[in-house]
Ligand binder design. Structure first.
Ligand code: ATP
Length: 249
């Protein structure tokens, strides 16, 4: 479990202090307009950019106090569209940095529709295929961990994981994230631009604007047309009977 106690960043880009928890088994979506600070916040949650005020605790210990190898067993960050430096095969990329059983790698490749690409060079993959491979690598980092004391599936932090995916793959990924959360008691935080994906799949939402979390709670409460139209400066319409928002023509 990740807990924030007035955690924030002072230097630009700043994040105003915030409290909160990310619990095992839940999918939390971070949404907000371009430049709101979503990637910066994710970086703070991962510990890559340490909080400059307040505290973050992961599994009861300050994030900054975990030895780096143990931290890697408990949290994984998949940043936006990174191109791996070396041209591994897809299955080699998935097991990179961890020591997984072959069965886990095969399972994760299957989970993300990559089995037929297992022996392909990563640089030859399409953008969406490579994005799914990087997400599988993040999940593998957590699920292959050897810690006998680990009681949950760790913390998976994903920055815009659906940005390169077609709608079918978006749906399969979001369903898979919910499966991992439920099956492994993984805590998953996703930065999402698609508010309808957040609305459909997230348990809770944090809405960010200009470095501040201005609302948080259930998607149905946070993603209401009036707030979203105001924050995003967009004209919206609600589609009757569906928990969705559409752009007005
Ligand atoms: N090193 C930096 N120096 C100054 N400003 C920065 C720096 N890095 C990021 N910023 C600014 O901080 C703000 C937040 O950036 P961040 O990438 O966290 O936003 P975001 O919400 O993830 O945006 P997007 O939806 O466009 O990906 C942006 O306005 C960005 O230009």
């Amino acid at each position: 479990m990740l807990t924030l106690h007035q955690a924030g960043l002072i230097a630009t880009p700043a994040i105003a202090p915030l409290d909160g928890t990310v619990r095992p088994g839940e999918l939390l979506a971070i949404v907000g307009p371009n430049g709101a600070g979503k990637s910066t916040l994710l970086s703070m949650l991962s510990g890559f950019r340490p909080a400059e005020q307040g505290e973050l605790h992961l599994d009861g210990k300050r994030l900054s106090e975990w030895p780096i190898a143990e931290l890697a067993n408990r949290r994984a960050l998949v940043a936006q569209q990174e191109l791996p430096g070396f041209d591994w095969q897809t299955d080699e990329l998935v097991r990179l940095g961890s020591n997984p059983a072959n069965s886990l790698v095969a399972e994760l490749l299957g989970d993300l529709d990559l089995t037929h690409l297992a022996k392909r060079s990563v640089h030859s993959l399409s953008g969406g295929e490579r994005q799914r491979a990087m997400i599988a690598r993040g999940a593998c980092q957590l699920l292959s961990r050897g810690s006998p004391t680990a009681k949950d599936g760790g913390l998976l932090l994903l920055d815009e994981p659906t940005s390169a995916l077609d709608i079918g793959q978006q749906q399969r990924l979001m369903r898979q994230l919910r499966n991992w959360a439920a099956q492994h008691r993984m805590a998953i935080v996703c930065v999402l631009h698609d508010l309808n994906l957040a609305s459909t799949y997230a348990d809770r939402v944090w809405l960010l604007h200009q470095g501040q979390r201005i609302d948080h709670g259930l998607p149905s409460q946070v993603l209401n047309p009036a707030t979203i139209a105001n924050i995003y400066a967009a004209e919206l319409q609600r589609i009757e009977g569906l928990p969705l928002l559409a752009l007005a023509p």
